[in-house]
Design a protein around this ligand. Structure first.
Ligand code: URA
Length: 237
């Protein structure tokens, strides 16, 4: 149950303030009765009318692509009151992140209130590829590369790790930069892959989900997805 004025505002019909005015001045009916009380609670089964026109209570779907900053948690709320990715998006809609990036990981994250699309993107059978750029400790050896090409067993399950490019071997700094594309969504999977090779990840950024890239989005910036992008994501099912 939600307050009537909030439901009207969330549907994008008007602002919360104007919805309150409409209610007080007797323009709004719930289940056929004029309601002038601001605290009135309604749910999706209630029939709401404004000036005798029934409004469609179907939730307006929203889709965002965020360049997640570090030190923000991928969740809708946090028991320790840390900033969440949802706090970064200016919307009244109840959006949530699709999958997760670790607290210190940056990069591409999709947020939506469309459960069907979220399921498509997260379901393992759809094998949605995600690309990461990792800075790992130490210099990747021929043997490591052989192992990555073969695939690695992580927590008793094989991960395909053969889609990678070594971007930089930095002997002075003793690190390697590697781009790797993984088609599964287990938590901490990239860190686990490189930890198993004794090259712990020191920095991690997601640069791609399927065909979506970060483009010009700076860290902390976001943009709504375009209709054609949403359709293309649906077609990945
Ligand atoms: N793999 C990780 O280890 N961390 C992330 O945030 C994403 C993928």
């Amino acid at each position: 149950m939600e307050r009537l004025q909030k439901v009207i505002a969330n549907l994008g019909i008007t602002s919360r303030r104007k919805a309150e005015d409409l209610i007080i001045t007797g323009h709004v009916k719930v289940n056929g009765n004029i309601i002038k009380e601001l605290g009135t609670k309604v749910d999706v089964n209630d029939i709401i009318e404004i000036d005798n026109k029934i409004i469609n209570q179907e939730i307006k779907k929203e889709y965002y692509l965020l360049n997640k900053p570090p030190k923000v948690i991928t969740s809708t709320n946090d028991e320790h009151n840390r900033k969440t990715v949802v706090d970064l998006i200016n919307t009244e809609a109840r959006i949530y992140p699709v999958g997760r990036l670790d607290y210190d990981t940056t990069g591409l994250l999709i947020l939506t209130n469309d459960g069907e699309l979220a399921n498509i993107l997260m379901h393992p059978k759809n094998k949605i590829p995600k690309t990461y750029v990792a800075r790992i400790k130490g210099i990747l050896t021929k043997e490591d590369i052989f192992n990555l090409k073969k695939g690695l067993v992580i927590d008793d399950r094989l991960v395909e790790t053969n889609n990678f490019k070594v971007r930089e071997k930095n002997y002075d700094g003793n690190f390697t930069i590697i781009e790797i594309t993984i088609a599964e969504g287990r938590n901490h999977i990239v860190k686990k892959i490189f930890a198993s090779l004794n090259h712990p990840v020191v920095r991690l950024k997601r640069t791609k989900i399927a065909f979506l890239t970060l483009d010009n989005l700076k860290i902390g910036e976001y943009r709504p997805l375009k209709l054609k992008e949403i359709k293309k994501l649906y077609s990945l099912k």
